[in-house]
Ligand binder design. Structure first.
Ligand SMILES: Cc1cc2nc3c(=O)[nH]c(=O)nc-3n(C[C@H](O)[C@H](O)[C@H](O)COP(=O)(O)O)c2cc1C
Length: 165
């Protein structure tokens, strides 16, 4: 799969097999995360890689739309310092993870943790660190019959304003 194909064919997946992710594949994905650029190359982001089933089950309560995240065998919690709020840096890292995982035949989905107090307790995050998003990771399970969130993208003409708004 070339880079363009990996980008345009990647879809977010909430159905996973229980099989663990092979350590070499997880390592490959994490190395892709590491290479994401950051503003001024400050590299402020950190990843908490969670595979423990009890911890994964507890993470499900840290978001409003995360009831399903006990099932993927890996949850990569993306963290950054609270003060600087480096969401663009986190986003770049997230996309590297998801494209590299897709290329390796693994499924992923971004999730949001609205309840940072609970996340802090579950993961023991440092006080000056937050984890607004995570990427679930695993071998894809059977596709769901219908997924209302799997909407087509808006047309290119709607997305792009050429030269001026
Ligand atoms: C910033 C961000 C936060 C998201 N948070 C959640 C979430 O909390 N729970 C969830 O099930 N999906 C979450 N998603 C996944 C989106 O619903 C998904 O990207 C969208 O439906 C497009 O999916 P597709 O690429 O398969 O078409 C999130 C996606 C993004 C980019």
């Amino acid at each position: 799969m070339d880079a363009y194909d990996a980008i345009i064919t990647k879809r977010d997946t909430r159905s996973y097999l229980p099989d663990p992710v092979e350590p070499e594949l997880l390592d490959r994905v994490l190395r892709a995360a590491r290479m994401a650029g950051s503003a001024k190359n400050a590299q402020p982001t950190r990843i908490v890689a969670v595979t423990d089933p009890d911890t994964r089950a507890r993470l499900a309560d840290c978001g409003d739309f995360t009831s399903w995240i006990g099932s993927p065998p890996v949850v990569l919690v993306l963290t950054c310092p609270v003060e600087t709020g480096r969401l663009f840096d986190l986003g770049r890292m997230a996309q590297n993870i998801m494209v590299a995982a897709h290329d390796a035949g693994l499924a992923t989905c971004p999730v949001t943790f609205q309840h940072q107090d609970r996340l802090r307790e579950v993961l023991g995050l440092a006080a000056d660190v937050e984890g607004p998003h995570a990427i679930t990771l695993g071998h894809p399970g059977p596709p769901p019959e219908a997924n209302p969130l799997r909407a087509p993208r808006i047309a290119l003409e709607e997305l792009v304003h050429r030269e001026r708004w």
